[in-house]
Design a protein around this ligand. Structure first.
Ligand code: N01
Length: 535
């Protein structure tokens, strides 16, 4: 759709990633007047933007896909166990075409303001390209990892080579052939990109502030028999996923690692390390995320793997993370640590020698200047809340969402924000979002939101809001769930610690999707306890 859009819609959806596309599909199927604004030039959201070399999903594709349409899941074939970005983008395009979604998606239309009109109970939305619409309801499906974090390195603009952030990767690709490359950042994006970049760069300098725990993804082409098994029993498997706390299917747990004889636990860890997904190791024991001693056993097992792969013992120690494993997002990689055995790769520890500035020729740390032709920033995101605050959202009494959230992204049930009525967040702060299988989570939340909208229609309610009191109660549930785990002990993007000035508060509900979905339903069934409904 190219022409500028004006007019009134019952529901505006923001974002054509997997959450937004599903919301749009459901609304269209019901005949609801709706439109979707998408900042990118195509569908896929995260999988549209993050096209850096090596980008790949870390949950098996048979699981990380839509469940809502049996024909879709039967007809689609994934080439690999863990699909690469181009295949996931191809799938997103297939879904958009199959369900005719493009008719109602406005591309290259980044929403740049949203204002609530209290008299009329409608949202006014504008986009950067000039669309101006009103909507009774807004579903924001803007993703948890959309707001790019470009740290304020002094001198970045003076760099004479090209620089790219992994989440804004040029569609035409980037050649590293024979170039001196610098990568800043060793989270999931860096860990996936570094082995690929090293293959063709003349030299690669990796600027690491915090090493990451990363598991081998042991990726393989999808075995047709395995695919058949899944497809023959998709209905049961999807049901099993829905009742799992992370909306995923993992092998059964082994019990507490602390109760095991050393030889037994070592054998189990070795098995799981070599299994189809290294993540199996992370979820195998019921005490590793809640007990520091248990966690340390797993963490040390992983450190020993690094020591066994990386030939230079000094480099190996620098690559060994010292925080509790799992409390920063664990990465899945393809040959990450072995990359440091290459002659053309150098690890620069910027915790020891911080980056002082970017110069026209490269990166200057406290140690000296590293000359580079091209620079890659794998520096992450203003995660979870950043994609919403960047939309310039104004609620009742002219309240700016940035001001509302200046001390923390308060919300109710991870979907509602007091003073911002008729706005539903998919994967918002306070929801299980990034710590569950995100397509399945989006399907659940979209269903919930549509159920609420239907119910409001029946009750002839015009406006749904919540209160600060109930936001605080929900925040207490979110923080209590986190307090039973080790998450709180580590600075991570889960608690906003990666962004200067962002309040540190744990933003993900880790009490399990089963409990989360139950709590959301309970509050509606208790005659909308915690909500304010206005006729
Ligand atoms: O971002 P990150 P990401 N100077 O924030 C460093 C998902 N994802 O894009 O840890 C120097 O994890 C920063 O250092 P530190 C996944 O959920 C999934 O990699 O802050 N360094 C860190 O090393 C993931 O967690 C996949 O000390 C600086 C890195 O940059 C999330 O996206 C693939 C710095 C940022 O790591 C984000 O991952 C990719 C500075 N000023 C992403 N500022 C899959 O596999 C930041 N850093 C599906």
């Amino acid at each position: 759709m190219n022409e500028l859009v004006t007019g009134h819609y019952k529901v505006v959806v923001i974002g054509a990633g997997f959450g937004g596309m599903y919301a749009l599909h459901r609304l269209r199927s019901e005949g609801t007047e709706t439109i979707c604004f998408e900042a990118g030039g195509g569908v896929g959201g995260t999988w549209y933007w993050n096209r850096y070399p090596g980008a790949r999903v870390d949950i098996e594709s048979m699981q990380y896909s839509y469940s809502f349409d049996e024909e879709l899941q039967q007809e689609w074939s994934w080439p690999e166990n863990f699909s690469a970005q181009p295949d996931i983008e191809r799938y997103a395009n297939h879904v958009a075409d199959r369900f005719g979604l493009r008719e109602d998606i406005v591309f290259d239309a980044r929403v740049n303001s949203m204002r609530f009109d209290e008299g009329a109970n409608i949202w006014h939305l504008t986009t950067e390209r000039g669309d101006e619409v009103t909507a009774h309801y807004v579903i924001s499906a803007t993703g948890s990892l959309d707001a790019t974090n470009v740290p304020g390195f002094p001198g970045l603009d003076s760099f004479e080579g090209d620089w790219h952030h992994t989440s804004q990767w040029p569609k035409e690709g980037v050649s590293f052939d024979g170039l001196r490359v610098g990568v800043i950042g060793t989270g999931s994006s860096g860990v996936q990109a570094i082995p690929e970049i090293a293959k063709t760069a003349s030299h690669l300098h990796v600027f690491q502030r915090t090493p990451a725990f990363t598991m081998p993804n042991n990726n393989q082409p999808l075995d047709p028999d395995y695919e058949r098994e899944w497809k023959d029993t998709y209905a049961e498997r999807r049901e099993a996923m829905r009742t799992d706390q992370g909306l995923s299917m993992f092998p059964p747990k082994y019990g507490a690692i602390l109760d095991m004889e050393p030889a037994v636990r070592e054998a189990i860890m070795e098995d799981l390390y070599a299994s189809r997904s290294g993540f199996n190791l992370l979820v195998a024991f019921n005490d590793t995320m809640v007990n520091a001693e248990a966690n340390e056993l797993l963490a040390e097992f992983m450190r020993n793997k690094i020591r066994s792969i990386v030939t230079d013992p000094v480099v190996a120690e620098k690559l060994c993370p010292r925080y509790a494993i799992g409390t920063k997002r664990v990465c899945l990689d393809s040959g990450y640590h072995a990359t440091y055995n290459r002659e053309n790769v150098t690890l620069v520890d910027v915790r020891e020698s911080p980056i002082e500035e970017i110069t026209p020729r490269g990166v200057r740390t406290a140690d000296g200047e590293y000359e580079l032709d091209i620079l890659v920033l794998a520096t992450g995101f203003d995660a979870v809340s950043g994609s919403l605050t960047r939309l310039n959202v104004t609620g009742v009494d002219g309240l700016d969402l940035r001001d509302k959230w200046k001390d923390g992204a308060t919300n109710y049930l991870g979907m509602f924000v007091a003073g911002f009525p008729n706005l539903f967040m998919i994967h918002g702060p306070g929801s299980p979002g990034v710590l569950a299988q995100m397509i399945a989570g989006a399907e659940w939340q979209v269903q919930y939101v549509l159920d609420v909208i239907h119910d409001l229609d029946t009750r002839r309610v015009q406006r749904i809001d919540t209160t600060a009191e109930w936001e605080n109660k929900w925040d207490a549930e979110v923080q209590t769930a986190a307090s039973y785990t080790l998450f709180g002990g580590t600075d991570s993007w889960y608690k906003g610690a990666n962004i200067e000035g962002k309040p540190k508060s744990f933003m993900v509900y880790v009490g399990g999707y089963d409990n989360y979905s139950r709590r959301c339903r309970e509050q509606v069934e208790a005659d909308y306890e915690g909500f304010v409904l206005s006729p």
